[in-house]
Design a protein around this ligand. Structure first.
Ligand code: NAP
Length: 465
């Protein structure tokens, strides 16, 4: 049979996930001038856009404008959205492989990494991923409880998620109430008794993973003073040498400058304080039935055999009283039944997006990955554009070379019937548009971009218009 990609025999692709990587892959697949293609996108949530909806901080509305690109792709008549469908339980990977020439996984990294220290599971110690999902109205997290009636919160990690979380713990009602933050989060976030948010990095200022705008906006978008201890802002010998020899990238050089400016600045006497601490690793969380304090081990930096600058303990410790610990040390992918998974990396094993058989290391024809489940949880939204382009270019090469498998089911009907049978609450793109319209309408009288539905029932109900 001739290669698919013609009006009579279109290329049929299932894209699993609906975040940036999944949508950029869709944009590329449906591009004018390419093969005739049909894209069916599946998401376990009734809503599309992944972390743009459930991860990007509410006080960063401009970042969410990227959705316009995805909406344009979704308006293509060759695109369909199957929301509220879980691949792995409602339908299996095998069901998809029977119906599509290619399946692209863009499911992101849906869980978090653990610190592996005693006390990590005490009440009051949470993954930052759960806190982010809660204030963004992810329906799995509507009932989560975070006790913010504590004087000090400690955030472990020095990435942009740690910055988002530090800001959200330090906002005023005025700052947050005009955003699309979950309704249920406004009161707890703005009437908490928090006096200090401590952000703890295990390495130094020159190794922090956050980026310059996120560091600069800490005092702008919050009601907190930003405090850095001058002794911790000063670079250790190894980092200073890197800086002097021009070996630090621009972002890190600027981070160091900003942190040293914060260290030199006088307090402006605000009620709250965000303290950025360095060279400290979490060692133990203690408390009688709930978090009461965290033990931090003082680190020094050394260069390992691969030339990487790493942290090691010096033997000194400090104990910090706190009532809340949020670990913000990275997201992690979760396996999907029937799809290879690398437990060590938390990703789908792949070569430039071509999914590999774990044993033979050979590419499984027709199976691809994009985004965080392909490369791990790194980069900004735009990183996923190049990432998806790489995968789709290979997919289209394989199509041209006749290397895509011919699916057993020659048309959409069998899969559509299966979904109709197994997912009575299917949410189509029109269903999402009904949710969107209802949320935007609810936000309008309050001067907010939207008021998000925060429960499964609310979302599914709204999808029916
Ligand atoms: P991240 O940037 O990888 O940062 C993780 C942090 O956790 C690092 O500082 C890391 O330190 C630290 N860490 C890891 N394991 C640790 C341990 N066992 N103990 C103590 N610290 C540990 O991850 P992220 O903040 O979750 O962000 C994920 C991605 O999303 C990033 O690419 C980020 O830029 C992006 N993002 C962007 C925005 C934005 O553009 N505004 C917002 C949110 C997220 P080491 O460096 O020492 O390993």
């Amino acid at each position: 049979m001739a290669n698919p990609g013609t009006p009579d025999n279109p290329l049929r692709v299932a894209v699993i996930g609906s975040g940036p990587a999944a949508f950029y892959a869709t944009v590329d697949l449906l591009k004018d001038g390419g093969p005739e293609a049909r894209v069916d996108m599946f998401d376990r949530l009734p809503t599309p856009f992944g972390l743009v909806r459930a991860g990007v901080a509410p006080d960063h509305p401009k970042i969410k404008n990227v959705i316009k690109i995805y909406e344009k792709a979704a308006a293509n008549p060759n695109f369909r959205f199957f929301g509220n469908v879980t691949v792995g339980s409602d339908i299996s990977h095998a069901d998809l492989a029977r119906s599509y020439h290619a399946v692209i996984y863009g499911v992101g990294a849906q869980t978090d990494r653990h610190m592996g220290i005693p006390g990590e599971d005490l009440p009051g110690s949470h993954p930052a991923t759960a806190f982010v999902a809660w204030y963004n109205a992810h329906p799995d997290f509507a009932d989560e409880q975070f006790n913010l009636d504590v004087e000090r919160a400690v955030i472990i990690g020095n990435g942009n998620v740690a910055m988002d979380v530090a800001r959200m713990l330090s906002v005023s009602r005025e700052q947050i109430s005009k955003t699309d933050v979950a309704d249920h989060a406004i009161e707890p976030l703005t009437s908490s008794s928090l006096k200090e948010v401590l952000v703890v990095g295990r390495r130094g200022p020159a190794q922090a993973a956050f980026t310059n705008p996120e560091l600069l906006e800490l005092p702008e978008l919050t009601v907190a003073d930003v405090h850095v201890d001058p002794a911790e802002a000063a670079l250790d010998e190894l980092s200073q040498r890197q800086l002097d020899e021009g070996l630090l990238d621009k972002t890190r050089r600027r981070n160091v400058e900003i942190l040293q400016e914060y260290a030199a600045a006088a307090s402006s006497g605000r009620d709250k304080r965000i303290s950025l601490r360095f060279l400290l690793s979490p060692e133990e969380i203690r408390g009688n039935g709930r978090v009461e304090e965290i033990v931090l081990a003082r680190n020094e930096l050394y260069r390992d055999g691969d030339g990487q600058i790493r942290a090691r303990e010096t033997g000194e410790h400090e104990t910090v009283p706190c009532g809340l610990v949020l670990r913000s040390i990275g997201y992690r992918g979760v396996p999907i039944e029937g799809v290879p998974f690398d437990e060590w990396k938390g990703t789908i094993p792949n070569d430039r997006g071509m999914v590999l058989n774990t044993e033979s290391q050979e590419h499984i024809p027709g199976l691809y990955a994009v985004g965080w489940i392909k490369r791990g949880p790194s980069g900004v939204i735009g990183t996923n554009k190049r990432d998806a382009q790489e995968t789709v270019a290979i997919l289209l090469d394989e199509l041209a070379e006749g290397r895509l498998p011919e699916p057993e089911e020659p048309n959409r009907d069998a899969l559509d019937a299966l979904i109709a049978e197994r997912v009575p609450d299917l949410v189509t793109y029109a269903g999402w548009q009904a949710i969107d319209a209802a949320e935007v309408a609810a936000g309008e009288p309050q001067g907010r971009p939207r008021v998000k539905f925060a429960t499964w029932d609310g979302l599914v109900g709204a999808s029916r218009g």
